[in-house]
Design a protein around this ligand. Structure first.
Ligand code: MG
Length: 395
């Protein structure tokens, strides 16, 4: 029996994780649920899964949840917390074996560190944690002997393909990318892309920010950085191949040139289940991949001229560890501005490039603590917001 806590339980990954838990009641006990602001959904989850610990972003949210829980559900909840402290308390609860981090952004950075220090296995569905603090996270995990299991479909695939092989046997990792909704758009059409265009992802249904990231290929860029930390691989041994059908989730090329791929349906419940069951495998009632019904599988090169965000991510990974922090911060600001229709789609990479330039020209030191990571993050956000305002003020 694995006892799990889910940080971000009311989001899309959190919901999928709970349906995995529901399908495997003999294997998984849901001990902790932490959510942001969705009171309705957290109450429904608490009623169904009867966790021991719950947390919400605010005291008001906690009070609203408390007032709505049935007596029976309230009885099983022994710990209720709010904000960063609540998140940390759920992540480090003594009854928890595995923490699934499915919050968005940087909300859970502290809680993930605390969970590692408390010896919990980490299942990571959040990119920012590794993009911002990959060195610190992996070092802490090594020191504590804690596994960091990737839930992102590509990294989960690579984890399955590697299957414990030593990195000396591996020539390179190959991440597949759907290519996003603008894969076949010409460069001159891209400035006119609207948020609605960008939010129509061809294969995966995800949150707004990550869907825009898929459209700019920044999502793949962040995944390259993540892969580098997770699998201890330098940038020049990680490649991206565009594969619009998203049937091959990623590959590993071994020294002798053999490529091992992982294939499966595009359903996040499968990588989540693997992270929960690892190193075992559990049955699933989900329909398996029917290759004969898939039709042709296409593969192509990623175009970093039309989609410069991918090249920016490689640039950040090759340089100082402060660069990925700035890349991520600037990207968040730029994507939000794009969704608010304050800047164009094609202005997103320009803002990120300026944030990287700033880190390089100021010779920002490599962050060695979470506070230093946050300082780089804050500076890059401020710079990027200024750039957004400049773009807006232009006629
Ligand atoms: Mg992915």
């Amino acid at each position: 029996m694995k006892r799990i806590a889910i940080l971000g339980s009311t989001g899309s990954i959190g919901g999928s994780a709970l349906s995995v838990a529901a399908a495997h009641p003999d294997q998984i006990k849901v001990v902790g649920l932490a959510a942001g602001h969705n009171v309705d959904r957290l109450v429904a989850q608490a009623e169904r899964y009867r966790p021991t610990a719950i947390a919400m972003a605010t005291e008001d949210g906690v009070a609203a949840v408390r007032s709505r829980l049935s007596a029976a559900a309230a009885d099983s909840v022994a710990l209720v917390g709010a904000g960063a402290d609540g998140l940390r308390a759920v992540a480090t609860h003594p009854d928890v074996d595995l923490v699934l981090c499915a919050t968005s952004g940087t909300t859970a950075l502290d809680a993930v560190f605390a969970a590692i220090e408390a010896g919990k296995t980490i299942a990571l569905a959040n990119k920012e944690v590794l993009v911002m603090a990959g060195g610190l996270v992996m070092e802490a995990a090594r020191r504590r002997g804690v596994a960091v299991l990737p839930v992102d479909s590509e990294h989960n695939a690579i984890h399955q393909c590697l299957h414990g092989r030593p990195s000396r046997d591996v020539r390179r990792l190959i991440l597949t990318a759907s290519g996003g909704p603008f894969r076949q758009w010409s460069a001159d059409r891209l400035p006119a892309v609207t948020p609605a265009d960008a939010l129509a992802h061809p294969t995966w249904r995800m949150g707004r920010k990550i869907t825009v990231d898929s459209a700019t290929l920044m999502n793949k860029g962040l995944e390259v950085i993540e892969a580098s930390w997770l699998f201890d691989m330098p940038a020049d041994r990680i490649d991206v191949v565009v594969h619009p059908q998203s049937v091959v989730h990623s590959l590993v090329e071994l020294l002798d040139g053999s490529q091992i791929a992982q294939l499966g349906p595009t359903d996040m419940r499968l990588p989540i289940q693997y992270a929960f069951s690892y190193p075992d495998r559990w049955e699933t009632a989900l329909p398996p991949l029917d290759l004969a019904a898939c039709g042709p599988l296409e593969f192509g090169r990623a175009d970093t001229t039309r989609f410069p965000c991918l090249a920016l991510a490689y640039r950040a990974l090759r340089g100082s560890p402060a660069l990925p922090v700035a890349l991520n911060a600037a990207n968040e600001v730029a994507v939000e501005a794009f969704l608010d229709q304050a800047i164009r789609f094609t202005e997103i990479p320009a803002i990120i490039a300026a944030a990287l330039d700033d880190v390089e020209t100021r010779h920002v030191a490599s962050p060695t603590t979470l506070d230093e990571v946050r300082a780089v993050d804050t500076a890059a956000r401020e710079l990027s917001r200024g750039l957004v305002r400049e773009v807006q003020s232009k006629p």
